[in-house]
Design a protein around this ligand. Structure first.
Ligand SMILES: Cc1cc2nc3c(=O)[nH]c(=O)nc-3n(C[C@H](O)[C@H](O)[C@H](O)COP(=O)(O)OP(=O)(O)OC[C@H]3O[C@@H](n4cnc5c(N)ncnc54)[C@H](O)[C@@H]3O)c2cc1C
Length: 394
C-alpha cells in the first residue's frame, strides 16, 4: 500500500467527496471510510438542500437561519453559506444532479422555520441523488484512491502540525499513512445514542481524536433532536419522517385525535412540545397524518417514506403513523475558521464533524448539505493556496 499522499480525506459523505472533487487532479488523494461507500448519512438526507433563490430572499433566509440557531450562529459563516449557495447548486447541476423542476424552472419546497419555500429536492431522496452523483465523479478520478471498511484510529502530529493518520484496515491490521494535508469529514455522533436517525458507525471518532491532541472543539452540547421519526421498538437506526412532509401539510395529533401544536415550529421547540404531549397522554409517541396533505400525490412526492411505512405496516394515504423525536444532528464539533482550518496546522475539518458556527444552537432544516458542500469547497481552495504559499517560501 502507498504510504504518502498529498491529501488524505477521512469520510466519503458529501463533505469528503466534494472536497476531493475540488482539488486538482495532479494531487494524489486517499479517501477512507469506516463502512461501505453508500453508508453515510449523506445518502439518507430526504428533505432537500437550501438555496438563495433570489437576491430578495437574502434577509429572510439569513434571519430564519439565525432565529432557528437562537442567534448564537457565527454571522460571517451564515453569510458565506448563503452567498455561496447558488454557485454550489450550479456545481451540482454540472455534476448531473437532478432537482425537481417544472417547465425548466426549479421547484422549491418548505420545511419548519423557513418563512418561504427555498429548498431544492429530488423526490424524498435528495441526499442519495446528490451524494450518488458526487461519488460517481470521484470513482472516475485516477488521482483518488478509496479504501472502504478502513477506519482512522488516530492522527500523527508534531508541534501542532498534522502529517498523517493511523488507520485500521479491513483485516484488522493497523498502519500509518502520511500526507501534506488531512481533512476530517467523519460526519456526526448519532452512533453514540440509543435512538438516532444516523448510521450507527458514526460515533464522533474525529472528535475523540481531536480532544486527545488538544485540538479546539466547540459547542459539544448542541445536539439536535428531530421531532418526527417513525416510532419503532426494533433495534437500529430510526427512520426519519422528513420535515418537508409537514411543510407540505401533514399535521400532528394527540391521543384524543386533536392537533396540539404548530407543526412548522423550529425543530427544538417542536420536539419540546411533542415530549410534553407524550407525557400528558402517557404514550411513547404522537400521531402524524399525511392525509391532510392537499394537492399532491404523496406516493409520488414521498415515495421512500410511503414505501418504508408500508413495509412497517402503515399506509400513510389511509392512516396516521406513530412518530417520536430522536437524535438527528450535531451542531457542535471541531472548531474551524471560514476556510475549515482547525487549530492544528495542515488539519481541516468539514461537514458535520466541524463547527464553523453556521447553525448556532439549532440547525435550520436543509442547511446541512449546503453547509457541508460550501465549506468543503473552501477547504479545498485553502489547501491549494497554502501549498503555493509554502512552495514560494521554500
Ligand atoms: C435521516 C437523515 C436525513 C437528513 N436529511 C437532510 C436534509 O434533507 N437536508 C440536509 O441538509 N441535511 C439532512 N441531513 C443531515 C445531512 O445528511 C448530514 O449532516 C450530512 O450529510 C453530513 O455529511 P458529512 O459528509 O459531514 O457526513 P456523512 O455523510 O455522515 O459521512 C461521514 C463519513 O465519515 C466516515 N467515517 C466516520 N468515522 C470514520 C473513521 N473513524 N474512519 C474512517 N471513516 C470514518 C463514514 O464512514 C462516512 O463515510 C439528514 C441526516 C439524516 C441522518
Amino acid at each position: 500500500m502507498k504510504k504518502n499522499y498529498d491529501v488524505i480525506i477521512i469520510g466519503t459523505g458529501v463533505a469528503g467527496l466534494f472536497n476531493a472533487l475540488n482539488l486538482p487532479e495532479y494531487l494524489e488523494i486517499l479517501m477512507i471510510t469506516k463502512a461501505g461507500l453508500e453508508e453515510s448519512d449523506s445518502f439518507l438526507a430526504q428533505g432537500g438542500i437550501c438555496v438563495l433563490k433570489n437576491e430578495n430572499d437574502f434577509e429572510s433566509y439569513f434571519e430564519d437561519t439565525m432565529k432557528a440557531g437562537h442567534y448564537e450562529n457565527t454571522k460571517e459563516s451564515v453569510e458565506v453559506m448563503i452567498r455561496s449557495s447558488r454557485e454550489i447548486i450550479s456545481d451540482l447541476l454540472r455534476y448531473g444532479v437532478e432537482f425537481e423542476s417544472e417547465e425548466g424552472e426549479l421547484r422549491y419546497t418548505r420545511e419548519g422555520a423557513h418563512s418561504t419555500p427555498r429548498i431544492l429536492y429530488h423526490e424524498d431522496v435528495t441526499g442519495k441523488e446528490i451524494t450518488g452523483k458526487l461519488l460517481k465523479q470521484v470513482l472516475d478520478k485516477e488521482n483518488i484512491t478509496i479504501m472502504e471498511h478502513t477506519a482512522m484510529t488516530d492522527i500523527l502530529s508534531h508541534n501542532n502540525d498534522c502529517y498523517g493518520v493511523i488507520i485500521k484496515l479491513e483485516n484488522g491490521q493497523e498502519t500509518t499513512v502520511m500526507a501534506h494535508d488531512i481533512v476530517l469529514a467523519c460526519g456526526g455522533i448519532g452512533g453514540r445514542y440509543q435512538h438516532s436517525t444516523n448510521y450507527p458507525h458514526l460515533t464522533g471518532d474525529a472528535l475523540t481524536i481531536a480532544g486527545k491532541h488538544d485540538i479546539r472543539l466547540k459547542n459539544l452540547d448542541y445536539i439536535q433532536i428531530h421531532p418526527t421519526t417513525l416510532y419503532s421498538t426494533k433495534p437500529g437506526r430510526r427512520f426519519l419522517i422528513s420535515e418537508s412532509v409537514r411543510g407540505e401539510g401533514a399535521v400532528l395529533y394527540n391521543k384524543a385525535g386533536e392537533r396540539f401544536v404548530n407543526e412548522l415550529l423550529p425543530r427544538d421547540l417542536l420536539t419540546k412540545e411533542i415530549y410534553k404531549q407524550m407525557e400528558k397522554d402517557d404514550t411513547p409517541y404522537v400521531m402524524l397524518s399525511m392525509q391532510t396533505i392537499q394537492g399532491i400525490d404523496v406516493t409520488r412526492r414521498f415515495p421512500n417514506i410511503y414505501q418504508h411505512c408500508l413495509d412497517e405496516g402503515f399506509d400513510v394515504t389511509k392512516e396516521c403513523i406513530p412518530v417520536v423525536p430522536a437524535q438527528h444532528y450535531f451542531m457542535g464539533g471541531i472548531d474551524v475558521d471560514l476556510d475549515s482550518r482547525t487549530s492544528m496546522e495542515h488539519l481541516y475539518a468539514v461537514g458535520e464533524t466541524s463547527c464553523n458556527g453556521v447553525h448556532g444552537k439549532n440547525r435550520l432544516a436543509s442547511n446541512s448539505l449546503l453547509e457541508s458542500l460550501v465549506f468543503a469547497k473552501r477547504a479545498a481552495k485553502d489547501i491549494l493556496s497554502n501549498r503555493s504559499k509554502e512552495k514560494m517560501i521554500s
